[in-house]
Design a protein. Structure first.
Length: 470
């Protein structure tokens, strides 16, 4: 039975027990504190003094209309109204209003008895709602943790944390803002509701505004009414439906890295301490996401550094050999061909001897750029050692491998390096290329490399600047 059902039954039972009297039930608005929206037959605006006495704990308050204030007597005047409070969790949330005079003490006891029964029913209903809400929140927390483990994209992770937390808090609007290292300002990384403006990058300086203040102090902020709170005291913005919000800092090892903000509770009431604690719990999950990203970024960076040749920017020897093993395994598993191209710069030792290693390094970098520009996005390039390069061509047979190798050879031969090197000491260079194809020329990395190397030296022996197939 809902709260409205309980109150409706109360009015019906009282009308039967005390017939002939207009009876109303008013409900307290949590934002304004006034009692309104009666469920009975009449609507009544209670004077402030009556409301004060009801909220102060009086069991009932007689009120004479003609005087406009509470009365200390129970008379027979037709203008006399009796107001009986109904408490939920020790707080007066509703009042029963009995219109008309001649209210006997027996009637008062009877009305109080009905009100106590309604209070008991409403308290039970409130407890059930609280328990159900806690169960829902616990289930949502479990779902959020499970969902986070399945999401891989960093921005999707942040959006998931924000959306699930907003659902738990019943917040229609929310955002996650992170400190941008180069500006030390807060940047919106995830948002929902009216705050969701994906095309716009909103930045807030540290210490400025509510979010900036939360980051600066490292302490959460719970506000019931932004216009009345002495810490803020400013008019609520038009795109917010309510004046209550909650903001919590995001911390990694006690270091503040951002803030989560939530506004506009769907029920229209203000956020409370339960919401604040829940937001802080979810903020810890968001911090784990951020920490995970930083760890993954650092790990990926170290991994790239470990397998990257710093001179050419291509994979180094270990990196290209690792990828060769992976591609051979995949080609074997799916019965696909694969070709290996080995490339060597003609006369590179003479360039180093005559013009120095700095010039030789520039030549290596330029050749690396030409290789990357000539091959496909699925192809894998690496520096094998010295002036030797390997290019892996997945799902490519001997014919197409030769075509690709010719393109690389031609692009390098046609490049005028004199405009790029100091003193224009080297104008053109050429390369010799050898090709071996899986499985025709071998099935292991060692055999394919040996056969591509043999083809390479055959190209050199036949005059250089050419492509040879094993």
């Amino acid at each position: 039975m809902s709260s409205n059902d309980i109150l409706t039954k109360l009015v019906k039972d009282l009308s039967t027990a005390i017939p002939g009297r207009p009876i109303s039930v008013l409900t307290r608005d949590p934002l304004t504190g006034s009692f309104e929206a009666p469920l009975g037959r009449a609507r009544l605006d209670l004077p402030g003094l009556v409301v004060e006495r009801v909220l102060a704990g009086d069991e009932w308050v007689p009120w004479e209309h003609d005087r406009g204030s509470p009365s200390d007597r129970v008379g027979s005047s037709s203008l006399l109204t009796m107001v009986f409070p109904i408490c939920v969790n020790t707080s007066t949330e509703h009042v029963v209003v009995i219109h008309g005079g001649n209210v006997s003490k027996q009637d008062i006891r009877l009305i109080r008895g009905y009100c106590r029964q309604a209070t008991l029913a409403l308290d039970t209903r409130a407890i059930v709602e609280i328990l159900n809400r806690k169960i829902e929140r616990l289930a949502s927390m479990i779902c959020m943790v499970d969902e986070l483990s399945a999401v891989q994209s960093y921005h999707d992770l942040l959006q998931t944390v924000l959306d699930r937390t907003a659902e738990l808090l019943l917040a229609e609007q929310g955002s996650i803002m992170l400190i941008e290292k180069k500006t030390d300002a807060l940047l919106v990384e995830a948002s929902r509701g009216a705050l969701h403006e994906p095309a716009r990058k909103i930045r807030i300086p540290r210490g400025v505004g509510i979010a900036g203040g939360v980051v600066e102090r490292g302490e959460p902020m719970l506000v019931e009414n932004i216009e009345l709170d002495p810490r803020i005291g400013k008019k609520n913005r038009a795109h917010y439906k309510t004046s209550s919000f909650v903001s919590v800092p995001l911390k990694i090892e006690n270091h503040v890295v951002g803030v989560m903000n939530f506004a506009d509770k769907a029920t229209g009431v203000f956020f409370d301490d339960v919401d604040l604690r829940l937001a802080q719990t979810c903020a810890s999950h968001a911090a784990i996401v951020l920490d995970r990203k930083e760890l993954c970024d650092n790990t990926a960076k170290l991994k790239r550094q470990a397998i990257t040749d710093h001179l050419s920017g291509l994979l180094n020897r270990g990196g290209i050999l690792g990828r060769l093993r992976e591609e051979l395994s995949r080609s074997h598993r799916f019965a696909k061909t694969m070709s290996l191209v080995m490339l060597d710069i003609d006369g590179f030792k003479k360039i180093n001897d005559m013009h120095g290693h700095a010039t030789g390094d520039r030549v290596l970098r330029r050749v690396s750029e030409i290789i990357l520009g000539a091959v496909r996005s699925i192809d894998i390039s690496g520096r094998y050692g010295g002036d030797e390069f390997l290019v892996l061509l997945p799902e490519t047979d001997m014919f197409f491998a030769t075509h690709m190798a010719e393109r690389v050879r031609s692009d390098i031969a046609q490049t005028d390096l004199s405009q790029e090197l100091p003193d224009r000491i080297v104008k053109n260079i050429t390369v010799s290329i050898g090709i071996a194809t899986y499985p025709s020329h071998g099935t292991s990395p060692e055999v394919l490399i040996d056969h591509a190397d043999e083809a390479l030296y055959r190209a050199k022996a036949n005059g250089r600047n050419r492509v040879s197939v094993y």
